[in-house]
Ligand binder design. Structure first.
Ligand code: C2E
Ligand code: CA
Ligand code: CA
Ligand code: CA
Length: 280
């Protein structure tokens, strides 16, 4: 079934409570979900700040539950983390991303198009993440620079030692690194210095007020300048209005992502969008 808009998700209101029957059922279901391969990726396009050029995509995990429909990642990612299943599912996500890259390259996708995958804190200490990523990049013939891993400040904060080692390894195999939800952690500047990421994704909460508030606009402009000084590219997240897009373009934001231009979509629809924008 195809779903979109606000009623896309099936929520489990009691799932916060670890011992609730609802929660226990969901935990049992998620083991089944891994076995039965009920997960799939949706793709949200990224554009140049002018909005006319599509230059990348973020892969977002979806769980199509057999009875309950689409379950939100906000609900099941924590569950995957707590059960340790995130390692296996995380590799699945990277494999799907690599497979998509290969398929699209066969249809003419240029090498400067980026495909981003989210990594959670738990995965930073997964000893196989790096070797599996390397294996998959070879198996699917992924050129250096096309695959991007997104890590949040919070996970870097939780696992700084593992993160540093992983970053070095990823860089060596040509994977680009983005700091996700930039600005929402504390000590953001420290991460820029320590991890030297390729990309910053400015969190939606910073983008939201830029139309109404010049102060917030100046803050975002300052973040972009700082990033550019360090040769880091910037993505603005959660762009919903044309006025936000125009401001981000004006202050030199490199790329933008948000419902204004494209929602996350199943692969078939996303590929049609790629055709429309002339990238494949
Ligand atoms: P995120 O990485 O910050 O991803 C952006 C989220 O914002 C996505 O929600 C996306 O659908 C939503 N979004 C994009 N544009 C807009 C907009 O204009 N307005 C609004 N209101 N929302 C927008 P989604 O797909 O529900 O994912 C939620 C979170 O789940 C992600 O946040 C990420 O932290 C996590 N997640 C998703 N897929 C994966 C995955 O494969 N692995 C891991 N570890 N985490 C994932
Ligand atoms: Ca992300
Ligand atoms: Ca984000
Ligand atoms: Ca987020």
């Amino acid at each position: 079934a195809k779903r979109s808009g606000r009623n896309q998700w099936c929520y489990f209101h009691q799932s916060q409570d670890e011992s609730s029957p609802e929660r226990l059922r969901l935990e049992a279901d998620i083991h089944q979900a891994v076995k039965r391969q009920e997960f799939e990726l949706h793709y949200q396009a990224q554009f140049s700040a002018c909005g006319r050029r599509m230059n990348g995509t973020e892969c977002l995990l979806r769980w199509q539950h057999p009875e309950r429909g689409m379950v939100s990642p906000g609900e099941f990612i924590p569950l995957l983390e707590e059960t340790g299943l995130i390692a296996e599912v995380g590799i699945f996500v990277i494999e799907q991303a690599c497979r998509s890259i290969r398929g699209w390259r066969e249809q003419g996708l240029p090498e400067d198009f980026s495909v981003a995958v989210n990594i959670s804190a738990r995965q930073l200490s997964d000893e196989y993440l790096l070797s599996e990523t390397e294996r998959l990049m070879e198996a699917y013939d992924v050129p250096p620079g096309m695959l991007e891993l997104e890590l949040t400040e919070t996970s870097l904060m939780e696992e700084p030692t593992h993160a540093r080692r992983l970053f070095e390894g990823l860089r060596a195999i040509g994977v680009r690194i983005a700091i996700d939800d930039f600005g929402t952690g504390y000590s953001s500047l420290n991460y820029l210095r320590e991890f030297a990421p390729d990309i910053l994704k400015i969190d939606k909460s910073f983008v939201d007020p830029i139309v109404e508030s010049t102060r917030d606009r100046d803050l975002v402009a300052g973040i972009i300048q700082l990033a550019h000084t360090l040769r880091i590219k910037v993505v603005g997240e959660g762009i919903e209005e044309e006025a936000q897009r125009a401001i981000l373009e004006e202050v030199g934001c490199d790329w933008i992502q948000g419902y204004l231009l494209a929602r996350p979509q199943p692969i078939t629809e996303f590929e049609q969008l790629m055709v429309d924008y002339g990238v494949i």
